[in-house]
Design a protein around this ligand. Structure first.
Ligand code: HEC
Length: 265
């Protein structure tokens, strides 16, 4: 007795199984986590784990279809038909269309994906960073209103006020003792300046600091790789007076002196 059985061709059933595995990983398991944890948020399967499972599923499917010559022949038949485009009769147009699609669209998609992967990103170029670019003219001649002409700090509580402002605003990055080791600083690739290091503020005049504090990393010229610097721009946050006070405290906390400005001719 002839058996009438509706059979999905092996190629399509294999493809369908893979799609099912994907749906299970992407939605099935996460949905299950909601039931297990009783939470209303699901826990997605990590991408690397998903990739691993999918590769295993694909390898498994390929092993299965190659267990016998018949299976392999059945599996590859639709592929061969499409690639040869030699179907007769009412399917021939479809087969030719599908072949054109495969030969054109698939390489384009694969090429596009590869391009997106390897295309250089807009990250920082590997040029050496110029740490102290030239100060813009507008800042060059500024002097600290809280210092006497001989460099000593004027009477009053300015240093204390500056220290409070420093600890409040700058400590998270530049550290309690100005060592560049604040808790937030560890998160940056270019570490916050260590003001105790003789190569930072000790080599700079105070006017230079005003510029750097007001304009921050984004105010640096290109040769100083502004895209690397997390130094905020403080001009909207702190008044000029506050900045001058912070600068006093910055030097005091770090235990260094500002460079004396050259006498202007
Ligand atoms: C979000 C972290 C962060 C905070 C907050 C921060 N800075 Fe910075 N700062 C940096 C980083 C990173 C650098 C090094 C890169 C650069 O020079 O722009 C830097 C550099 C500097 C420099 C330049 C030093 C040199 O030798 O060129 C000065 C001056 C400075 N900061 C002062 C301050 C002051 C004052 C405050 C508080 C008002 C402050 N910073 C707050 C991250 C920070």
């Amino acid at each position: 007795m002839a058996q009438v059985r509706l059979r999905v061709p092996l190629f399509w059933s294999t493809l369908l199984s893979l799609v099912l595995v994907y749906l299970l990983l992407a939605y099935g398991f996460p949905a299950l986590t909601m039931v297990v944890t009783g939470s209303d948020r699901w826990i997605p399967v990590p991408r690397t784990l998903m990739a691993m499972f999918m590769i295993l599923a694909i390898v498994g499917a390929l092993v299965y279809v190659s267990t016998s010559d018949e299976k392999l022949a059945e599996f590859t038949r639709p592929l061969q038909t499409v690639l040869r485009g030699d179907l007769e009769g009412r399917w021939s147009l479809w087969a030719r269309g599908a072949r054109l699609l495969c030969l054109l669209v698939v390489p384009l998609i694969v090429g596009g994906l590869v391009y997106l992967q390897v295309r250089p990103s807009v990250g920082s170029p590997t040029a050496l960073r110029i740490q102290h670019p030239t100060i813009p003219g507008a800042f060059e001649r500024l002097t600290n209103p809280f210092r006497n002409p001989d460099g000593t700090i004027k009477e009053g509580k300015v240093l204390e006020e500056g220290a409070v402002l420093y600890q409040k605003n700058c400590r998270p990055c530049h550290g309690t003792t100005a060592g560049g080791d604040g808790p937030m600083g560890w998160g940056f690739r270019l570490k916050p300046a260590n003001f105790r290091d003789p190569g930072t503020i000790a080599t700079l005049v105070e006017a230079y600091l005003v510029w750097r504090i007001k304009e921050g990393g984004i105010g640096l010229p290109p040769e100083a790789s502004p895209w690397d610097s997390a130094m905020p721009s403080w001009k909207g946050e702190l008044s000029d007076e506050e900045i001058w006070k912070i600068i006093l405290a910055e030097y005091d906390t770090a235990g260094v002196e500002p460079r004396k400005p050259e006498k202007s001719p």
